[in-house]
Design a protein around this ligand. Structure first.
Ligand SMILES: [Zn+2]
Length: 233
């Protein structure tokens, strides 16, 4: 699988031998930013030339970083439509790996910021400045199904009107000031502005839950292979 700036996510085979230590072989390792010569053979893409521009393969020496990186790649591949051109998302993925490599803490926060920014790029940013249902000032509730913060009234109404087991009422989470602020910050600032911001563990875990439910509901992304190991904040 290749994520390309020009052609989006493509599945490609390769005629380059994956053994050996040639320059082209190195460029086929995961976590590599490179230049690839790809051509169509029948209905399939084939990589016949590959050259490393920058390798982030060193991340595999730090398990914490490695799992975060793997998770983000898997998440991104599922979130984007195959072959949809998404240059901004591509650039952000490069920023993500660059930052993950140099960061000393708050890896989980970086992942959450990346996911929030990706929702925005995909046209499904969470509504944070008003109640996602009625438009009044929001309260401290995040409704996954409604796509963002909701007010106390709407929350009471939903809890009263929906059956106890409805997805809509089950997916309303308390959103503390910390969570709301983090979401607003991620939404309004490029990933690079994150600097060393690291959420505390409790806030991080709560926000992670909301973001994963949001991705499951709006993008149908769940049960990623890399998820169980990555979920430590
Ligand atoms: Zn409302």
């Amino acid at each position: 699988m290749l994520f390309t700036r020009e052609y989006g996510v493509i599945s490609a085979g390769t005629s380059i031998s994956e053994r050996g230590k040639s320059k082209s072989t190195l460029a086929l390792q995961p976590f590599t930013f490179g230049r690839y010569g790809v051509h169509m053979s029948g209905a399939n893409y084939n990589i016949d030339r590959a050259e490393v521009i920058r390798s982030f393969y060193g991340l595999s020496e730090d398990l914490d970083k490695f799992f975060r990186g793997s998770y983000v790649l898997e998440f991104t591949a599922k979130a984007l439509h195959p072959e949809a051109r998404m240059p901004a998302a591509f650039d952000m993925l490069l920023d993500f790996f660059d930052m993950l490599e140099s960061r000393k803490k708050g890896y989980g926060t970086l992942v959450l910021a990346y996911q929030t920014r990706l929702f925005r790029m995909l046209g499904i940013p969470p509504v944070l400045d008003r109640c996602a249902v009625c438009g009044e000032p929001p309260g401290e509730w995040f409704s996954v199904a409604d796509g963002g913060l909701i007010c106390d009234n709407c929350r009471s109404k939903i809890m009263k009107e929906e059956s106890e087991n409805s997805v809509r009422s089950a997916l309303i989470y308390p959103a503390s000031f910390d969570i709301i602020n983090a979401l607003k910050y991620f939404n309004n600032n490029s990933l690079k502005k994150l600097d060393n911001i690291a959420l505390n563990e409790i806030t991080g875990k709560r926000l992670q839950r909301i973001i994963r439910e949001y991705a499951a509901y709006h993008l149908d992304i769940s049960n990623l292979k890399s998820e169980s190991i990555e979920s430590m904040m």
